[in-house]
Structure formats: structure tokens, C-alpha cells
Design a protein around this ligand. Structure first.
Ligand code: MG
Length: 255
């Protein structure tokens, strides 16, 4: 988490460029979601991400970020976020796959994530996916001019916990723009009416990470992969969202 410094507000012209970056991210996430079938390796998904970025003349947001070795984060089942693609990880029927992906277009970032099931998934897994996606939707609904950041956090938390799931607190959403991670931090938990006031020009990556078991996570020896401590399933959805004069606009819409 970062200390609150200056929040960089974006002009309509800057948001227009971020809309292009968001479209690249959402188109590629859709392609990746369809490619997540039994037998595919997570390294193959990373290759698809790289190829599709190049085809759109966009740059990867995650590759080499603090040393991350890939273009795409792929996190399976009890992995929460930041899974590293591997030739040794092959998707199997029933897996939950979280795909987290970012792109840079003309100096501006967009970032989004989806969790998809490989083939048929267990009812409990499907419920987790639905609750996580809806918690993101509720968070976006709360992203309104004059509201507070804590209103977003609280909306996400309330939806996830109403289903008996728990919110990961070790990782949070973030401002986004000329950098992948800008202020403010966007926790997936908190109290209404607290935090910075939300105003047009603010662009946030809102990204609930929700566990079927307890909220605790730990990072594996690879230095990246975060997993649930109790081995329970985890899901992750994320959108880059701009607050405009007309309300929240999802820049990574098709993700
Ligand atoms: Mg993010």
C-alpha cells in the first residue's frame, strides 16, 4: 500500500487515450478467456497476450515491472494474484483461472482481470466467481462524484461478505494513468464516508480479490505468486474505471 500523496487527475483527452488502452486490454482478455481450455499451458496464454499486444502496437504493462518475468499474471485455484506463466502448468477441467493483464498505449496504462472456469466448475467455485464479479460491479456503482473512496471499498466488501466469502487485505486496487500504480490505494474493505472525495477526472483500478475461505494469503518462494494460506479457492476481477461528468465509465469494458 502506498501513502497518500498527490492524486493525479486526468483530463478528458488523457481519458480518451486510456480508453484506447482499456480497449486493448479488454479485447485481449476476451481472447485469453476463450483460450483457457483444458490442456492449454499458462505459458501459452502469456504468448497469446504478447502476440495480441504486438498486433495492436501496444506495450506490456507487467513485463519487467519490479522484475515480473511475464506479460500476463495467471493464478490458478488457490492462487490469488501474480501467478507466473509456466510451460509446466497445464489447465485442467474444473480449474479456476484468474487472468490479470495490463497494457500501455501512448504512455497511458490500463489494467483489468477476470476469473474464468475451465470447462465445468464446482457450484461453490461458480458462486465465488459470481460474488467477486458482483462485488466489483457494486464498487463501480459507488464510484460517483461527491462520494468517498471508502464508499467503493465498503460496497465491495459488503457484497463479498454477504455470500460468506472473505476479502483479501494484503493487496489493493490503485489509481492508474501514466503509471500502473498511482495514488490512491483502493482497499476492498473499509467504512462508508471515509477517505478522499471522488471527483471527475479520477481514474481507478478497482480489483476485488475474494477468498472462499479465510482472508490470509502468503507469497510463494518465487517471490510473486500469492496463495490463500488455507488452500481455499480465490477469485479476482478488475476494471480500470474513469469518473467522468456523466458518472463512472468502465474503460476495460469487455473484460
Ligand atoms: Mg491492478
Amino acid at each position: 500500500m502506498t501513502a497518500t500523496k498527490t492524486i493525479e487527475m486526468k483530463s478528458p483527452a488523457e481519458i480518451a487515450i486510456m480508453r484506447e488502452a482499456g480497449r486493448v486490454v479488454s479485447e485481449i482478455l476476451e481472447i485469453l478467456s476463450k483460450a483457457a481450455v483444458p490442456g492449454t499451458t499458462t505459458a501459452e496464454l502469456d504468448r497469446i497476450a504478447r502476440r495480441e499486444l504486438a498486433a495492436r502496437k501496444a506495450q506490456p504493462a507487467f513485463l519487467d515491472y519490479r522484475g515480473f518475468p511475464a506479460t500476463l499474471c495467471v493464478s490458478l485455484n488457490s492462487e490469488v494474484v501474480h501467478g507466473i506463466p509456466s510451460e509446466k502448468r497445464r489447465l485442467a477441467e474444473g480449474d479456476l483461472v484468474s487472468l490479470d493483464f495490463g497494457a500501455v498505449v501512448r504512455g497511458f496504462f490500463a489494467d483489468a482481470a477476470v476469473t474464468v472456469g475451465v470447462g465445468k466448475i464446482a457450484p461453490r467455485a461458480a458462486e465465488l466467481v459470481r460474488a467477486t464479479k458482483e462485488s466489483l460491479d457494486r464498487g463501480i456503482d459507488a464510484f460517483q462524484a461527491g462520494a468517498r473512496l471508502g464508499d467503493i471499498s465498503n460496497a465491495v466488501q459488503a457484497r463479498a461478505e454477504s455470500a460468506g466469502f472473505s476479502v483479501v487485505t494484503d493487496f489493493v486496487g490503485h489509481g492508474i494513468g501514466r503509471a500502473l500504480h498511482e495514488d490512491p490505494a483502493v482497499p476492498n474493505y473499509g467504512a462508508r464516508g471515509t477517505g478522499p472525495r471522488l471527483l471527475p477526472g479520477l481514474v481507478l483500478a478497482i480489483e476485488p480479490m475474494i477468498n472462499a475461505g479465510g482472508p490470509e494469503v502468503e507469497v510463494l518462494q518465487d517471490g510473486w505468486t500469492a496463495v490463500t494460506k488455507d488452500g481455499a479457492l480465490s477469485a479476482h476481477f478488475e476494471h480500470t474505471v474513469a469518473l467522468t461528468e456523466k458518472g463512472p465509465e468502465i474503460l476495460t469494458r469487455h473484460a
